[in-house]
Design a protein around this ligand. Structure first.
Ligand code: COI
Length: 366
């Protein structure tokens, strides 16, 4: 991609931007610029630019609006104490974006072009990367995406698509901070099934999660714990995040890949685990095993992990026994965030904010 730079003629005034950065929340505010590039079957990628943030004009028959042909990514830029700005493993997002594109029959975007577009937006809006000097967990959340824009109502891969990157300053994803959440084990909804789109980052997965999320809320829980689509027996994901268990004998357990999203945070935690004395294990994990081991104390901690919320400790699970209608409820550990979960969280954040050395070369300076 040859990214043209067209600077915003009227960026948000410094004082207003400072007010936003003081309390950004998550996903509510957007920076002055965005990147876009267009693709057609005839011309490939073209019209790539970083330009002022602006609404799209879409034909009402655009494929994305009808058949959900869409993918996205999420990653963050972090400001270190010396003022420098860094991305965390953007190559992983680029690779996953390519895999998602293949699954949703969208065009391939070169992985280097993906990273270059993200970097170009960060550079244009570097003033929007919050300073984390006060120990606050703030960053600039980047949202690359691709949509099928062709006006055509037949069901086939669109011949026109648009790639974009928008940026949004971010504080903690959950406004309540790092308190534990309760998960509702849904027996009614599944997130994915074999051969489906569970391992792609596509809007439809998230649209389909909303009713399940509402069910969890109705049941007094914060998020959903999804089971597999075939047997309703194996752990898949927690809300929009990967799920992890910590065992009394020092294992860090997480469901094996398949119909779940291959999280960058998931992968990073598995790699960091040995530094914290934990043995990483990826395998199938039954709900029955989780319930037994919560009861006998051999699973001591549960948490959810993702880019947006980093690590969210799980302090309880609730669900309904099949056919019996009786609701069960189990506390995790002593009902407060566990020590290993918080240690992993701190280790990852210390790395991302440059407070510990980056031995693995995961950070990329913008
Ligand atoms: C995550 O980072 O955990 C996500 O899945 C992004 C979310 C805002 C959809």
């Amino acid at each position: 991609l040859d990214l043209d730079l067209r600077p915003a003629p009227q960026p948000l005034p410094d004082a207003e931007r400072a007010a936003v950065l003081a309390d950004p929340g998550f996903g509510r505010y957007f920076t002055d610029h965005m990147a876009t590039a267009r693709w057609t079957t005839d011309d490939g990628w073209h019209d790539a630019a970083v330009h002022p943030l602006e609404p799209f004009t879409l034909h009402p028959a655009a494929a994305v609006l009808h058949y959900g042909q869409e993918i996205f990514e999420g990653l963050k830029a972090y400001r270190h104490a010396d003022g420098s700005v860094w991305l965390f493993r953007p190559d992983k997002n680029a690779r996953r974006f390519a895999r998602s594109a293949r699954r949703l029959a969208l065009p391939m975007l070169d992985e280097d072009d993906f990273v270059a577009a993200v970097e170009a937006v960060v550079r244009a809006d570097v003033a929007w990367v919050p300073s984390a000097a006060d120990g606050q967990e703030t960053s600039l959340y980047l949202r690359p995406f691709m949509i099928a824009t062709e006006a055509f109502l037949g069901v086939r891969p669109a011949h026109e698509a648009t790639f974009g990157v928008v940026a949004s300053p971010a504080g903690p994803y959950f406004s309540g901070g790092v308190q534990g959440v309760n998960l509702w084990v849904t027996d009614r909804y599944v997130r994915a099934s074999r051969g489906g789109t569970g391992d792609a980052k596509t809007g439809g997965n998230y649209a389909a999660s909303l009713a399940a999320q509402a069910e969890a809320r109705d049941r007094g829980c914060d998020q959903v714990l999804y089971l597999d689509g075939e047997e309703h027996a194996w752990l898949e994901e927690a809300g929009t995040m990967n799920v992890f268990l910590v065992t009394a004998d020092g294992e860090l357990l997480t469901p094996a890949l398949g119909s779940i999203l291959e999280g960058v945070t998931r992968d990073s935690l598995l790699e960091l685990a040995p530094d914290l004395g934990l043995t990483p294990v990826e395998r199938r994990i039954g709900l029955a095993e989780l319930r037994e081991r919560l009861a006998d104390g051999s699973v001591t901690e549960v948490f959810a992990a993702g880019t947006a919320a980093v690590i969210t400790p799980v302090v309880g699970i609730r669900g309904e026994d099949r056919g019996q209608g009786a609701v069960y409820e189990q506390q995790v550990g002593d009902g407060t965030p566990g020590a290993a979960s918080l240690a992993l969280r701190a280790a990852l954040l210390d790395l991302q904010y440059g407070r510990t050395p980056d031995a693995r070369g995961w950070l990329r300076r913008v």
